[in-house]
Ligand binder design. Structure first.
Ligand code: PBG
Length: 332
């Protein structure tokens, strides 16, 4: 129980806000670089660093350039990256075989970063959308997203990533039963130390728009993802998903998108106490960038305020495209 406060004037809550030194003493939450995971995009080629038009400051890099970026990130104090592949239409097939190709760009990037920056924590994305001709996270048969056959493919995809040296497998597909199947697959393949961060509460969101440009999925997607991603009107369902995924063997759980879903972050952390992450997604990033470019908001201050919001809501960490900017700011 908190002590009862004496009434005004004995209690003046402004007293503890009077200087930066005092504010620092009573500060309840902190944001550090150790809380951040930097999402990056890899593409084919050599020496390529191609801007993503809808995400100012974000690039699609070939493996060699991504390794350079990983080195710089490590020097700045960023400890974790999440790798997403950009795929052209020529890389997309109905059987999605590229997803578990040990030589796909994501797996080549994992191997190269693991070698060049051994301490970098490397996270992956597990879903078929970037390899699927129709842009969906699962196989489509007669217009229906089929669950169980997709799960088998996701296991193969996860194993290829673990073999390449990934530390954290990140299933973002929202199929049922995938966490248990991936966990079993990893155990059977002697990857028992490889972790799973489940995109457990992932909403069908318009905030993913710029990301779909970044990975080349915008033109490809037919229809929407509402039969597998969550309805944004729901929150109890998010808790059921998190509970299920933890039971199936997830080591960490994620809420996605981030800023409009801080209520979910808070409920998840207070209900389960498990390592909880939020994904500040592409649309959230691009909104801040666009407003800042117009001179309507102060980019640095909004960035830091938005990230502290995740900590205050109970998150242990955040996936954010701002990670390098935060690092540069913190390094002065
Ligand atoms: C793919 C995936 C998406 C994102 C991460 N993994 C897009 C989607 O579900 O359509 C979005 C990330 C972002 O917007 O920054 N399964």
């Amino acid at each position: 129980m908190r002590p009862q406060q004496a009434p005004f004037p004995a209690t003046r809550l402004r007293r503890t806000r009077q200087s930066e030194g005092v504010r620092a003493l009573v500060r309840e939450n902190t944001l550090s670089l150790g809380d951040l995971i930097w999402p990056v995009f890899v593409r084919s080629g050599d020496g390529v660093e191609e801007p993503v038009p809808s995400m100012p400051g974000v690039y699609r890099r070939s493996v060699d350039k991504l390794v350079e970026a990983a080195r710089e990130a490590a020097d700045l104090g960023i400890g974790a990256m999440c790798i997403f592949p950009y795929t052209g239409i020529e890389d997309r097939t109905e059987d999605c075989a590229g997803a578990w190709d040990p030589q796909n760009n994501a797996n080549r990037a994992i191997r190269a970063i693991r070698k060049a920056v051994p301490d970098m924590v490397i996270m992956t994305d597990v879903a078929l959308d970037t390899y699927n001709i129709n842009g969906h996270d699962g196989f489509v048969e007669d217009g229906i997203i089929v669950n169980d056959r997709t799960v088998e493919a996701l296991v193969k995809m996860s194993l290829a990533q673990a073999d390449a040296g990934a530390d954290i497998i990140g299933p973002s597909d929202m199929m049922d039963g995938r966490i248990a199947a991936i966990r079993a697959g990893l155990e059977a393949a002697s990857h028992s130390d490889v972790m799973i961060m489940s995109y457990a509460a992932k909403y069908a969101s318009a905030f993913y728009g710029p990301f779909r440009d970044a990975v080349g999925a915008s033109g490809a997607l037919t229809g929407d993802k509402k039969t597998y991603q969550m309805d944004y009107a729901n929150s109890n369902e998010a808790l059921r998903l998190i509970e299920r995924d933890l039971r199936e063997g997830a080591d960490m759980v994620m809420v996605k998108p981030g800023m409009p879903y801080l209520d979910i972050c808070h409920r998840v952390k207070s209900s389960f106490g498990a390592p909880t992450f939020a994904y500040q997604v592409s649309g959230e990033y691009s909104m801040v960038k666009a407003a800042a470019q117009n001179g309507w908001i102060d980019e640095e201050r909004v960035m830091m305020e938005s990230l502290m919001g995740f900590k205050r809501a109970g998150c242990d960490g955040v996936l954010t495209y701002f990670a390098p900017s935060v690092a540069r700011l913190m390094n002065g």
